[in-house]
Ligand binder design. Structure first.
Ligand SMILES: NC(=O)c1ccc[n+]([C@@H]2O[C@H](COP(=O)([O-])OP(=O)(O)OC[C@H]3O[C@@H](n4cnc5c(N)ncnc54)[C@H](O)[C@@H]3O)[C@@H](O)[C@H]2O)c1
Ligand SMILES: OC[C@@H](O)C(O)[C@H](O)CO
Length: 467
């Protein structure tokens, strides 16, 4: 193996997922003796500083615990992060590393809300974070990359791949359109041209359920491996990564470790986003509404599992057919993964970012059902659950903090203080695009919310009686 040319893959977004997924794949490649690429990890926000410090102390290494649906646990020391980039206000370390010639790939996980796109998948220029970045700050992925690439051009470091690893449909394309729109709004046509010509943004489908790490992992890791890990994490044993092979400045040989390199990621991403992610949120919102804390408990509640099953079976599968995937089998495997009791994934984590998930993951199925003359009764359950979930949020009755990158808390409270909050919700174009304000859609939501209120009362009484 030619190890002369050391290349760097910089990742922005030091959350759990990157370390359980992309870093794990590269680690496997290193273990095969191909050490040409390594990862440099940094973050835009200052919310990962403790983790970055812990990783720095361990030379970027940590133990990943994986657990199968049967409860079999495995431990692996992940060694692909060779550089930990410390955070400062100016993001100096990220900028320096991103601008270096050795860096050929810049990937990112900044959550679904981190792209600030509306139902038309267009950048929302009114968002305060976007406005700040247009004035030169680096609060979002756009302002951050703007800074990095500006420096890259100055140093003549050449082309670079910008690799989105978030759960977004057409994630490369949507990010790229957002970024180009951002640069156009800035009026920076030279930079815009450079990005068009010297970067590529492959679409990818990423998959591994990775809960937020809990305190019980470290003692287990120490007992099993003898390593007193300051930054251990846990994920399910299942893993998948499908990428469109469009890397402008080289890439690690990821196909050697099970990554599927394809021409078009479309069938995989549609299945993942609609069958896995949208059902996941459905289960998290429903579970929360009847007092459950974990995804497996919620999925094991028959009426909740039926909501997800019917949504996929009645509305999604007809939308995605024909597909090269066996969608019925995909649905069943996904629901089985959600039932894994050892993962202890929380409804809180999966319920997050609903304001981005409704337009990105759920509205397309609603629209397509209407377009083929079908009333999307099963899909309407998902936004109806989200409405009831946000009503609880408004009343201060959620058992946890709701995290949503694009939530305008004042506007949302105002909506729920209006005479008819459901009408306001159904008319929200940012959520429902062309369906917003359509009387038949509003009525469908109203009826669905009503029957879910009855379901919640019944379920809650049942829970109280059986306690
Ligand atoms: N955890 C999973 O199971 C999983 C699986 C597949 C894909 N993903 C994708 O990865 C994303 C992150 O998941 P995670 O488990 O690492 O979450 P996490 O909560 O551990 O980390 C979130 C990361 O995003 C950053 N961030 C949040 N909002 C941002 C914004 N507006 N701009 C810039 N940075 C922002 C945070 O600083 C942090 O680094 C998910 O939202 C999803 O799109 C996660
Ligand atoms: O639906 C929530 C996601 O974070 C999910 O855990 C992930 O997409 C699985 O790959």
């Amino acid at each position: 193996m030619d190890n002369q040319q050391q290349r760097v893959w910089m990742h922005i977004g030091a959350g759990s997922f990157h370390r359980a997924h992309q870093a794990w794949y590269l680690h496997r490649l290193l273990m095969q003796g191909d050490t040409r690429w390594s990862i440099a990890l940094g973050n835009i926000r200052n919310d990962a500083n403790a983790l970055l410090t812990a990783l720095e102390k361990q030379n970027g290494e940590y133990i990943l615990e994986t657990v199968s649906p049967a409860g079999e646990r495995k431990y692996e020391r992940v060694t692909s992060i060779k550089k930990v980039l410390p955070w400062d206000e100016q993001l100096s370390a990220l900028v320096a590393q991103g601008a270096a010639t050795e860096t050929g790939v810049i990937s990112f996980t900044v959550t679904e809300g981190g792209y600030y796109l509306d139902t038309e998948h267009k950048l929302d220029p009114k968002n305060p974070d976007i406005q700040a970045d247009l004035l030169g700050e680096a609060r979002t992925i756009y302002g951050t990359l703007d800074r990095i690439l500006r420096q890259r051009i100055k140093q003549k470091s050449g082309p670079v791949t910008l690799l989105n690893c978030d759960n977004l449909r057409h994630n490369g394309e949507r990010f790229r359109n957002g970024f180009l729109a951002f640069l156009a709004l800035k009026g920076d046509m030279a930079m815009l041209d450079w990005v068009k010509n010297f970067t590529s943004s492959p679409n990818t489908m990423v998959d591994r359920i990775t809960p937020r790490p809990t305190a019980d992992i470290a003692p287990r890791v120490e007992e099993k491996t003898g390593f007193k890990d300051l930054a251990p994490l846990m994920g399910e044993s299942f893993i998948q990564w499908v990428i469109e092979d469009d890397f402008i400045a080289g890439r690690p040989a990821l196909e050697e470790v099970g990554v599927e390199m394809v021409k078009s990621v479309l069938p995989w991403e549609e299945a993942k986003i609609r069958i896995l992610n949208a059902s996941h949120s459905c289960i998290a919102w429903a579970g929360t509404l009847i007092g459950l804390s974990y995804i497996h408990e919620s999925t094991q509640t028959q009426s909740i599992c039926e909501m997800a099953w019917e949504y996929v079976t009645q509305d999604v599968i007809p939308s995605l057919t024909p597909s090269p995937l066996d969608l019925d089998a995909y649905r069943d495997v996904v629901l089985d993964r959600f039932r894994n009791p050892y993962i202890l994934d929380t409804n809180q984590r999966v319920a997050a970012d609903g304001l981005s998930k409704i337009p990105g993951m759920i509205a397309p199925t609603l629209i397509e059902c209407y377009n083929r003359g079908q009333i999307p009764r099963a899909t309407a359950v998902l936004p109806a659950l989200f409405f009831l979930f946000m009503e609880r949020w408004h009343e201060g009755d959620l058992p946890y903090t709701y995290q949503d990158g694009i939530l305008d808390a004042n506007a949302m409270h105002a909506r729920f203080s209006a005479a008819d909050p459901l009408a306001e919700f159904a008319r929200d174009e940012a959520l429902f695009g062309p369906l917003a304000g359509k009387p038949n859609f509003e009525q469908l939501l109203r009826d669905t919310v009503q029957s879910l209120r009855t379901w919640i009362t019944l379920q809650t009484n049942e829970t109280v009686v059986s306690q």
